[in-house]
Design a protein around this ligand. Structure first.
Ligand code: 13P
Ligand code: SF4
Length: 311
């Protein structure tokens, strides 16, 4: 089926079924074209709460759709493919986390949203890349076990007096950026502003002009007088920036990176999801209720302190 026919069918079915399509900033540009909302992990969680739709079709990776269900058990949450699984979310399991908790009985457990529902259920509070520092600093405990991203944990460490015990997880996309790559990019484009995602290693983060979530990057570009930007995150974000701000110039920091799991979604699968109402994402109720507490606590920190920018 031609792309234009796919898009037309998706739009029609979306209206008929009262469905919304939520898409992460790393999705393919053609998915942006049918999405009702595009955002970072934080913004997508907020949108999942706000929507009145009966169906949420989640174009992102598994943990995002799980979060949407945790926050909305009365709605049907669909993912276009079961193959869109974040490898970092699979780097921590409950029994290993409990072993670490036993070693640090006074520590709070903070889980990055890039985790499975059962890890969220085990956590005191969740965080995203846009609010990790704020969430950790809001805690009463002085010790914090931070799962699963060691890079994000080290970034938080730099901005907190708490003792952080990092898990040894990583994102294979962000871990590839190097200081040498950024230095080279800066030499080639001396007037460009450098934006780095906090899933990068600390020696890359240290070379940034700004460290932000994917939506934080979009807002930063929108609000900046600069015309050129070097971007150290997944390539989909650069595609979104080029679509939204064609008057500005974006360079991907070498060696660049594509999240293969995010790209598993496509228009054909989105249409199948709407037509066949597949694949439903659910979480066992005893896990969901505990995971919800950790997500709610994060959202509450954001409401009490300065709200994160979404959209
Ligand atoms: P954000 O969009 O929240 O910055 O997260 C990036 C990411 O890697 C999601 O998996
Ligand atoms: Fe997971 Fe990294 Fe892909 Fe995000 S970019 S979904 S953290 S593998």
């Amino acid at each position: 089926m031609a792309q234009k026919d796919l898009i037309e069918k998706i739009r029609r079915l979306k209206n008929e079924k009262n469905a919304v399509i939520l898409a992460h900033n790393y999705q393919r540009p053609e998915i942006f074209g049918v999405a009702d909302f595009i955002g970072d992990s934080y913004g997508l969680s907020k949108k999942a709460i706000e929507t009145n739709a009966d169906f949420i079709v989640f174009c992102g990776v598994n943990f995002m759709a799980e979060s949407a269900y945790i926050l909305n058990p009365e709605k049907t949450v669909l993912i276009p493919t079961k193959l869109a699984k974040c490898p970092m979310a699979a780097m921590v399991d409950v029994s290993s986390l409990r072993e670490l908790e036993a070693q640090y009985p006074d520590a709070a457990v903070v889980s990055y949203v890039n985790t499975t529902a059962d890890i969220k259920a085990e956590s005191d509070v969740c965080c995203t890349s846009s609010n990790a520092v704020k969430v950790v600093n809001s805690l009463e405990e002085n010790e914090v076990i931070f799962v699963p991203d060691a890079n994000l944990a080290k970034y938080v460490m730099k901005h907190s007096d708490k003792r952080i015990i990092p898990w040894k997880g990583w994102c294979y996309v962000h871990n590839k950026f190097t200081p040498a790559g950024l230095i080279q990019a800066r030499k080639l484009h001396p007037n460009a502003k450098v934006l780095v995602h906090p899933e990068c290693t600390l020696n890359v983060i240290d070379l940034a002009d700004e460290v932000c979530s994917t939506t934080g990057m979009i807002n930063s570009v929108k609000n900046s007088q600069a015309k050129k930007f070097i971007i150290a995150t997944e390539v989909g974000l650069i595609e979104r920036l080029r679509l939204e701000m064609p008057e500005k110039v974006f360079y991907q920091a070498p060696p660049g990176g594509t999240c293969l799991q995010m790209k598993k979604n496509n228009l054909r699968l989105v249409l199948d999801a709407l037509e066949k109402e597949q694949f439903k994402v659910t979480v066992p109720e005893n896990v969901r209720v505990r995971a919800r507490k950790a997500l709610d606590r994060m959202l509450d920190v954001d409401l009490r302190l300065e709200p994160a920018q979404t959209g």
